[in-house]
Each structure stands twice: as structure tokens, then as C-alpha cells.
Design a protein around this ligand. Sequence first.
Ligand SMILES: Cc1cc2nc3c(=O)[nH]c(=O)nc-3n(C[C@H](O)[C@H](O)[C@H](O)COP(=O)(O)O)c2cc1C
Length: 220
Amino acid sequence: MSIEAILKERHSVRAFIDKPVPIETLKNIFSSAQLSPSNCNVQPWQTCVVSGQTKEQLQSKFIEILMSGAVPNPDFNWAAQYAGIHRERQFGSANALYSSVAIAREDKKARQMAMVRNWQFFDAPHAIFFTMDKYLDIMGAVDLGIYAQTLSLIMAEHGISNCMQGALGQFPDPVRKILNLPDERGILFGMSFGYADESAAVNKTRTDRETLDNAVAFFS
Ligand SMILES: Cc1cc2nc3c(=O)[nH]c(=O)nc-3n(C[C@H](O)[C@H](O)[C@H](O)COP(=O)(O)O)c2cc1C
């Protein structure tokens, strides 16, 4: 499948079937993603793939934290309040998601419950925490973003779907503890992945994109 064809078909998936990805496939995918470029080839990603009991332990801890009413304390600056056109697009993607599962705009409770699905990894068999040394800040974040998209495209080639999740970077402390990561390691964001549940309404969510003219300027 060409990259262009993958890009045209790819979309975030938020419901998965109960079928783990074979370990050999996982190793192939993550080996290929090692070929991602990075600034000065520093390869800042320290990727943590969680499955089975470790994933369940993290999920339980996340739910406990959410129930306690804890406020997110991300390692990196995720506090940006979108404004103007960015806010409009943010609303657009939220509406696409909630209307796919027939949640009304004013139904705050249902929206919150849908949000909680993030920390249940959308029932995916596997999840990733993209981590890097905290001091790397924006330099590392650029590289991790490129790495994550590379990973996503390779996954698609293997018929594996995913959803990238800023939500998985919101409560980094229990992740650091359960995965035994050093204090200097930051959790930037995450991704749930596996085989898509094609029958799930949430996976019918589609978002649009800006026109080329409004996004790209060609200078000559
Ligand atoms: C860095 C990043 C963080 C994201 N965080 C979340 C998240 O926490 N929860 C979620 O459901 N989707 C999340 N998404 C998915 C976006 O909402 C999605 O990519 C966007 O709406 C475009 O839709 P598409 O991926 O289906 O094309 C994230 C995507 C990226 C790239």
C-alpha cells in the first residue's frame, strides 16, 4: 500500500477487537520506526509499550486518579488554550467524535464518560507511552511527533489502527512509578493501538482538513 493510500484511509480509531498483535509483528513495526529521522540523530524517544497486566494496572490507577478528582499535571506544557481558527477546528473534531456516538453537545456527563475512555485505552490490547528526557523539551517533542507518525504509518501497513493520545501524558506520575522510569524522564503523550472494531460507531468518526490554499504558501 502506498503512503498516499494509507494517508487517505487512516483515521483515529477508538474501539478495538480483543486480539493482541503478535510479538513478531510488534518487533517488526518498532524496528522499522527506529529509522525515523531526528534532530542531529539524537533519537530521543524512549518508547514504552504496555500490554496485559501492566496495561491493566495502569488503567486501574488512572481510573482511581480520575475518581479522586485529581488535576492533570503533565510533564510538558500541554496547557495551550486554542484560540480563533484553532479553537474552531478543535470544536469541529470534538463534534465529529461525539456525533458519531450520538452524544449531544449539552450532555456533559456523556462527554466526560467518553473522555474517560482515553484512560481505559479504548479497550485496545496495547498502548504506548512516548517518553524522553525532560530537558529535551521542544527539541525532543518535534522528534517524538515525527517518530509517532512514522509508527502510525507502519502500523497501518500491517492492518493495525491507533489513536494518539495527549490524554496519556496528563497524569505522568503513576506511569513513571509503574514503569519504573527515572524522575528525569518525561511522558509526552501516548497511543492506544490494535485491530479496529469495524462495527463500532465511534470508528465512523471522520474529520476534515483545511484547503491547500489556506495551509500552504508556495513562494518562487
Ligand atoms: C498529539 C496528538 C494528541 C491527541 N490526543 C488525543 C486524545 O487525547 N484523545 C483522543 O481521542 N484523540 C486524540 N488525538 C486524535 C486527534 O483528535 C485526531 O488525530 C484529529 O481529530 C484528526 O482526526 P483523524 O486522526 O481521525 O484524522 C490526538 C492526536 C494527536 C496527533
